[in-house]
Design a protein around this ligand. Structure first.
Ligand SMILES: [Zn+2]
Ligand SMILES: [Zn+2]
Length: 304
C-alpha cells in the first residue's frame, strides 16, 4: 500500500512545557509532505523526524494563535539558508499574509524561493488543495478566533488487473486501461467477460481529519464520518469541562463522543493543557467512550 502517515511534531497547547512542543504535524502521502500548523520548534522537530525538508511544499495553518504559527518565520528562514528554490504554499485564514509578509521582507531578504499565500474563508468548507492522489478540504471550527480543521481524502485508485486472467483470455495491452476503469471485455467471438473476473478491488481510499482548536461541535460527526483517523484536540479533562466551554476548547470525553458518533476508525487526541503532568487521565476518559483512542506524543508516526 502507498504511504499515508501522520507524524506528530508537537501536541501541546498555548503554554510552553518541557514535555511538549506546540501544535505541528506532517502528513506524508507518497513522500509528498503536508505540514499542518507550525508552532515554535517545528523546524527542530522536523529535523528530528528525518522527513526530507525538500519534500515539503505545502503548509496548512488552522488559525492565528501563536501555538499554531509562531514557528513559521524560523522554518521559512531556514529554508532560505538551505538554498531552497521551490515555492512554498501556505494555506491559512486571510490575515496571515499581512502579519508574515513584513517579517519575510525584513528577515528573509534575498531568499531564492517564493512564499505563496492561499487564504481561505473559515466559515465554509472548501476544497483548498488537490493533486492526483489526494484532496484537502477545510473543516470550519468554532474557536475564539476564525479557525478551520482539514480533511485529507485519498483519491480512489483503479481496480487491480488479475494477470492470469489477462493471459488466459489473451487480452491485448491496449484494452487494459478500460478494464482497470471498470469495463467488461468482449472476446472476438462475442462472449462478454465481466469486469469482476478480470480485476480485484484496490484498497479503499483512506482519509484523515484534523480538528484543532474548537469548542465541542457535535455536528462535526457528519463531516468526519468513517475517517480512518481523526485527530481532535482534547485540551481538558472532564473536571475542567466548564473551562473548556469558556475557552472554546474540547474535553477528551467530548472528542471521544465525536469519534463514536462519527464512527471513525481511530481517534488521536492532543493539544493537551499544560496543567496535566501526563496525559493518562485524558486518555482514560476518552477510552471509556471510544476505546480506539491513541494519545498523541512527539515523534509518533501513525500509518493509515
Ligand atoms: Zn492552540
Ligand atoms: Zn487556539
Amino acid at each position: 500500500m502507498e504511504k499515508f502517515e501522520v507524524n506528530i511534531l508537537g501536541c501541546g497547547s498555548a503554554l510552553p512545557t518541557t514535555r511538549h512542543y506546540p501544535s505541528s504535524q506532517v502528513v506524508n502521502i507518497r513522500e509528498k509532505l503536508f505540514m499542518i500548523d507550525c508552532g515554535e520548534g517545528s523546524q527542530t522537530q522536523l529535523r528530528r523526524s528525518r522527513l526530507k525538508f525538500s519534500r515539503l511544499n505545502h503548509i496548512f495553518i488552522s488559525h492565528l494563535h501563536g501555538d499554531h504559527c509562531f514557528g513559521l518565520i524560523g522554518l521559512l528562514s531556514t529554508f532560505g539558508l538551505l538554498g531552497r528554490t521551490a515555492s512554498m504554499h501556505i494555506y491559512s485564514p486571510a490575515e496571515l499574509e499581512t502579519l508574515l509578509q513584513p517579517q519575510l521582507d525584513f528577515f528573509c531578504k534575498g531568499i531564492d524561493y517564493k512564499v505563496v499565500f492561499h487564504p481561505f474563508d473559515t466559515n465554509v468548507s472548501s476544497l483548498i488543495y488537490k493533486d492526483r492522489s489526494v484532496s484537502i478540504h477545510t473543516i470550519p471550527l468554532q474557536h475564539r478566533i476564525a479557525c478551520c480543521g482539514f480533511l485529507f481524502r485519498e483519491k480512489p485508485t483503479p481496480n487491480h488487473i488479475i494477470r492470469d486472467m489477462i493471459d488466459f483470455y489473451d487480452i491485448p495491452t491496449f484494452a487494459i486501461n478500460a478494464i482497470k476503469n471498470g469495463e467488461d471485455y468482449t472476446l472476438p467471438d462475442g462472449t462478454v467477460i465481466p469486469n469482476s473476473r478480470l480485476t480485484c478491488p484496490s484498497a479503499p481510499p483512506r482519509s484523515y481529519a484534523y480538528c484543532s482548536d474548537t469548542i465541542y461541535l457535535p455536528r462535526l460527526a457528519d463531516t468526519v464520518r468513517g475517517v480512518d483517523l481523526l485527530y481532535h484536540e482534547a485540551t481538558f479533562a472532564n473536571s475542567e469541562s466548564a473551562r473548556a466551554k469558556e475557552t472554546f476548547h474540547t474535553t477528551a470525553a467530548q472528542a471521544a463522543q465525536l469519534a463514536k458518533d462519527g464512527a471513525v476508525k481511530r481517534l488521536l487526541i492532543g493539544h493537551y493543557s499544560a496543567r496535566y503532568e501526563d496525559e493518562s487521565t485524558l486518555l482514560k476518559e476518552a477510552r471509556e467512550i471510544f476505546p480506539e483512542t491513541i494519545a498523541a506524543k512527539e515523534n509518533l508516526c501513525i500509518a493509515l
